[in-house]
Design a binder for this molecule. Structure first.
Ligand code: DAH
Length: 347
């Protein structure tokens, strides 16, 4: 009968041979890890054989033990070597993949450019800066107080309804116009004052070609001694001529805003027909409702701590989206917000 010692020796040598052959053929890190566990792991082949050491007589144990240790060392070294090689290969292939080809040649230069809305805002701001106005900004999330109360809007006014306004809480809302910036400016800076403020505004509107729940306004405010309606008309007149051309005219129609008295809506010469009358202006020669304006209501001045006996003021508000659409001949407001590059690249 073959001795136990010889059986084990043979078994160990067989494991070594198979293991070395397998190690040579390893191709991936996963395969490598499986192999390591299979031969050297706690439940691996080598350990399995060594478990039978107890069946050997005392003198044989060190002999088999020595062979087992030598094989273990050999396998460990071989496996470590392959592991290193695989890791190196992985690193190298990663680096090759991430290599930048700095010699690549492209003649195609793609330039970004301003969104037509932003271009309009900047043009409007520049025009008012040239007339001595300062540019200020206000938050899109406002208090009901600044958006309505301070602007003399009565509690029962329809614009305060849940169906027209996005309320966040009972006292906080998404501003429905840029007029609350007037309140902030007067409270913070007092009189005299000459500011414009552009930004986003929000109303509970269904989307169509002229309506969007998010739109843009520019607000203007002048407060000083001896400010009159004549100053308002002159300022807006010059502004419209600078914006659209020297042949442009303005027309003031009486209107009502709670925060101005008197109030007016401003029509300007139709840009399509330059006043001759066309389909776009219903043959009136006028573009309607581009601007609202008026003399600041004394109650609004007083609310902000400004002496309405000493100071008077005028204010105006305009729809930036409308102006952009008229200026660039855009007939659908949704195009401004879809960010379709085929549309935007035209400007
Ligand atoms: N806030 C008004 C609106 O959203 C526009 C407006 C009208 C602003 C008259 C003003 C103003 O400052 O004086 O319709």
């Amino acid at each position: 009968m073959e001795k136990m010692k010889d059986i084990m020796k043979e078994k160990l040598l067989e494991i070594k041979e198979i293991a070395l052959k397998n190690i040579e053929e390893v191709k991936s890190l996963e395969e490598f890890e499986q192999l390591r566990v299979k031969f050297l792991g706690k439940k691996g082949e080598l350990t399995k054989v060594l478990r039978d050491m107890g069946k050997l007589i005392a003198e044989e144990r060190p002999i088999v033990g020595q062979i087992a240790n030598e094989i273990r060392d050999e396998l460990e070294n071989a496996i470590a070597e392959v592991g290193e090689k695989l890791n190196d290969e992985l690193k190298r292939s990663k680096m090759n993949k991430e290599k930048l080809d700095i010699t690549i040649n492209t003649n195609e230069e793609i330039y970004g450019h301003r969104h037509p809305l932003l271009a309009t805002v900047e043009e409007l701001e520049d025009l008012f800066i040239s007339m001595g106005f300062s540019v200020v900004i206000g938050p899109e999330i406002e208090t009901v107080e600044n958006n309505f109360d301070a602007l003399n809007s009565p509690e029962n006014h329809p614009s305060r309804d849940m169906s027209d306004t996005f309320y966040i809480t009972e006292d906080i809302l998404l501003r429905t116009h840029t007029s609350p910036v007037q309140i902030r400016a007067m409270k913070e800076m007092g009189a005299p004052l000459r500011i414009v403020s552009a930004g986003r505004t929000f109303r509970f509107d269904d989307v169509d070609d002229t309506h969007s729940p998010m739109f843009h306004q520019l607000e203007g405010l002048v407060v000083d001694e001896n400010i009159s309606m004549a100053n308002l008309i002159h300022t807006l007149d010059i502004f419209i001529k600078e914006l659209f051309g020297p042949d442009m005219k303005t027309r003031y129609r009486p209107h009502h805003f709670p925060f101005t008295e008197p109030s007016a809506e401003v029509d300007v010469t139709c840009l399509k027909c330059r006043g001759k009358g066309c389909e776009a202006c219903n043959y009136t020669g006028w573009s309607m409702e581009l601007l609202g304006c008026g003399m600041v209501h004394p109650k609004v001045l007083e609310y902000c701590g400004i002496d309405s006996e000493k100071y008077t003021g005028f204010a105006f508000g305009m729809g930036i989206d409308r102006i952009t659409m008229v200026k660039y001949g855009i007939d659908d407001i949704r195009l401004l917000f879809e960010n379709d590059s085929r549309f935007l690249e035209q400007f």
